[in-house]
Design a protein around this ligand. Sequence first.
Ligand SMILES: Cc1ncc(COP(=O)(O)O)c(C=O)c1O
Length: 449
Amino acid sequence: MIEETYIKQRPKSRALYEKALNIFPSGVTHDTRFILPFPIYVSEAKCSRKWDVDGNEYVDFAMGHGALLLGHGREEVINAVREAVLKGTHYGGSSELEIKWGEIVKRLVPSAERVKFTSSGTEATLLALRIARAYTGKSKIIKFHGHFHGWQDYLVVGERPPWELPPVGIPEEVLRTVIALPCDLSILENALKKDKDIAGVIIEPTGGSWAKVPAPDGFLERLRELTKKYDVLLIFDEVVTGFRWSPGGVQGLYGIIPDLTTLAKILAGGFPGGAVAGRKDILEPLEFSLDEDRNQKKKIKHQGTFNANPVSAAAGIACLDIASTGKPQKEASDRAVEIRKALNEIIKAYEVRGCVYGDSSVFHIALGIAPRNFTAGDIRHPMLPPEVLKMGAEKNLARLFQLSMLIEGVDIFHLGGLVSSAHTDEDVEKTVKAFEITVERLRKEGVLK
Ligand SMILES: Cc1ncc(COP(=O)(O)O)c(C=O)c1O
């Protein structure tokens, strides 16, 4: 029933998907967009909403995969971009815009004594590892189960359960340089004690997938102490949380300062861009020397055609100027709390197994599974094992839930959402209604109990 209704409402999306199948593997350009029977094809977006080619309207919780803290088409950002585009889209040279952009990053992000721009978050984590290895002279990296750091070779291992399964297409030699561990301090300390070749530890500071797999309380503080004790670098991957959890990210909120930070998404105001920021001495291997021999032997090579391009820089400056006030973060977080609470009320009222939880301006939905600490209120850390939290629901249940929410005009993302400052009371109401209808529908069809 759900699938038939979904198909019936979207003849144009279906036709586009059929074309796409002849162009892209599985018809999609990003793995997250893959959904059967076919994805929606979006033609326009504004503030908190977007429209597909069939004219269906959605409350958008994908929000540029987290890049759009201010919602779609925020006037200040669009004006800055318009002005920049008219002056050229790539100068093939340095610009004042990149300096202004870098200055704001330095001002907002506590660990940012120096900044190096990249073109994406994946490139930022890749560069951060190279810097950590060059600076320490060591080769291995520790990462945590369920944490996502982009699709680059070193960090895809241990991203989803089963954690040990080697990712496809990555040489064994590469996998030997990365150790994926559970978020457990004693296991971490043992690894740090045993192996003297560890350059750094990288973490999503909220826990994996923007707090979908929350880190235990106090984990970050102890992690900071342990990385200091064993003399390894601590890298915060703040690609999602940067400028969202607070103007200075998670580190700005809790005052736990990493050695290196990776940034993207909100950084570039909805345009492509990333950065590595960190202590001046740690970024020193990126610097040129007058000694050519040192350049040959010690300098990290780093290029990238679109690094700090003027359009992304202009968008980033306009967005970060607004984000620096802390106002959009508060507005978005307040709405996310409302959503988390209201959806849990529905789960309770319908007596189904599930839970809506999260932190800051995000929410995650677990379906068909109930944590021991469920309450019809705001939940931050459901008591469920990390591998269960990471997946959120059995695959077909997750798919039918997403389709049903789309039918009701809500586009959720990874079984959850990233709330923006553009979301309104009406969006919350519409989301709550869509969720209620969906829960009822899934219960009736016997897929949610
Ligand atoms: C925490 C984290 N790190 C890195 C990345 C990779 O960023 P990008 O998609 O810009 O390459 C992502 C993307 O979602 C992310 O969530």
